[in-house]
Design a protein around this ligand. Sequence first.
Ligand SMILES: Nc1ncnc2c1ncn2[C@@H]1O[C@H](COP(=O)(O)OP(=O)(O)OP(=O)(O)O)[C@@H](O)[C@H]1O
Length: 673
Amino acid sequence: MKKFVLKKEEPRKRPEDYSIPYADLLNKQQLDAVFHEKGPALVVAGAGTGKTRTLVHRVARLVESGVKPSNILLLTFTRRAAKEMLNRASNILDERCKQVQGGTFHFYCSLLLHRHAEIIGYPSNFTIIDTADALEVIQFVRTELKLNKKKKRFPNKNTLLNIISTCINKHLDLRVVLQEQYPQFLEQEEKIQQVGLAYQEYKEKNYVMDFDDLLIKTRQLLTQHEDIRIKVASQNQFVMVDEFQDTNKLQAELTELFSSVHGNVMAVGDDAQSIYSFRGADHQNIMDFPERFEGTKLIKLEENYRSTPQILNVANNLLKQASFKFDKQLYSEIKDGELPALVQSSSEHDQSRFITQAVLQLREQEMELNEMAVLFRNGRDSFDLEVELNRKNIPFVKYGGQKFTEAAHIKDVLAHIRVLVNPMDTIAWNRVLMLLDGIGPKTAQDLFEWIRLAKNPYRLDLSDTTSQSYIDQLKVLSKLLVALKENDHSVAKVVELVVDYYRDFCKDRYDDYPKRLKDLEAFVNVSESFTSLPKMLEELALDPITATAVDTEQKTKEEAPLILSTIHSAKGLEWKHVFIIQCLDGIIPSAYSVEDEEQLDEELRLLYVAATRAKDMLYFSYPVLAQSAYGDYFTQPSRFLKDMNNDLVEEWKLVEEEQQQQIEEGNQQQLTD
Ligand SMILES: Nc1ncnc2c1ncn2[C@@H]1O[C@H](COP(=O)(O)OP(=O)(O)OP(=O)(O)O)[C@@H](O)[C@H]1O
């Protein structure tokens, strides 16, 4: 027999061994990160220094070197970010990159939990509840425990949920959270504990999980079941976590568990951009990373490729004002641009006129609308501007406003689908039943007791708690649910049938029903992209569609719109011209943060994030007069802008056309005199 000796294939180690010219596309430090092989690594980087670009190329590089895409896990802050990164990696390499496991921590945890639900005592059809649902449950258990009528002041449902969630996300005892944040409720510690336990029991009994549960139960699953941890972590040969500064303690722990077999974990982050501490994020996670992961290789990215030096000077000035100092100075080789503008207007409305007219002027100079963005601290800060943009027919989308799926009418429709998927979901049943005339919380509760034990929970007309006043309506509802359960309709068909049923309720309940009915039609269209009802519920809970996303989907053929965004939702994005409006003391920094040094620093970082989104030109704008119910009052510009001298920003004055004409005529007159 003849032998043919197969040569050992050398692993590709150097950039030259690959088809993508990495060395031409990346700087030395970025290359180090992209070609980092085994063990933990931490990429600490400033704004615009190419973190996203590095992660995208690392995904492509790993896939190109032969790692199976499903063995790579990319965790990002939003699902949109993961999708975009994997699309970009596919564009530079090939479609295989789309098979990489990508998404948020919550999304990945949900995936693992659905796969292994039975082990932790849940059925695989458990539902995920959003904050509004969680608040309803808290209110319910609070009433059950008769804590709503206490003489002494007791925290309201929002505060209770906040306290419970802070304990979980920051990994703190209730006593510590109360001492630090709510000392006025220390006396009520025991009762608050009771609410926490009752809330937990309620969720377990009804097979629902809130966002925090997704993280906690995953930790429980992986720490208590060694075999599952090994299985999960074996699959994750390479783990990458973006925006590590905005992860919380629990997420840091999960990162460790997910990568515990191979130990190949790369975290990427910028401590100066940490803006989510109010949700329990802890930028200390970045500093602690080398301790948590022994042998961490530290890579620093320092050159900014996004903004002009003038914009970076302003960003550096902002960082200098922080009381917790940063060892960071951004620089760029980009050619000089204009000084950022500090625009003072007489009123909020004049500010809106300025933005609208500046945007129109830029559009006339051939700049696309979606290359410009208007950023603000709170969703409501853009209301006046939205009216003005509408008046001038300038299309825009808004990021960070109310979520489409959080609107009451959409939640009503979704509740019907939730009971189809999980008949134990009381919160959804309550919504469904209380739509019917004559059914209040008590009857809904009685009906639910029946549902819990019924052979077919959808045959509500057979329940013994029916009364003449609503029996006919129950029959219609039962008919719908039974038919939907028995037929194998597509997701869109189910949504359409529920919407048909719901239309009259919508008309009865809401004066603005025409707009809401349009939303419902749009929702039927959106639902076409889902393959199953549970998948749709999971995706919508974890990645709610924004209100405007639905509008824009219908308008895709028209001009790409101007971007309006809260600063929180502008994370990771960039535009040529960025206008930051309402730069006022009391707004940024917010009035609630001025007493607390740490919170004040977070507000400063927020302005830093906003400023570093700009590539070519940055505008800070503020009105000197604000309106309130009690009349107009003088404002103070943001304290963060006070130190900016003429070397850093240029002051812009808004002048009315007639005024300008008068000035010009005056000058003309003087010349002729
Ligand atoms: N080596 C490079 N050569 C050319 N352009 C680069 C390089 N690195 C990054 N860029 C460009 O700089 C810009 C900022 O990069 P990227 O968005 O990856 O930064 P980032 O660190 O993720 O920013 P941020 O954290 O502020 O959102 C992008 O337009 C990117 O294409």
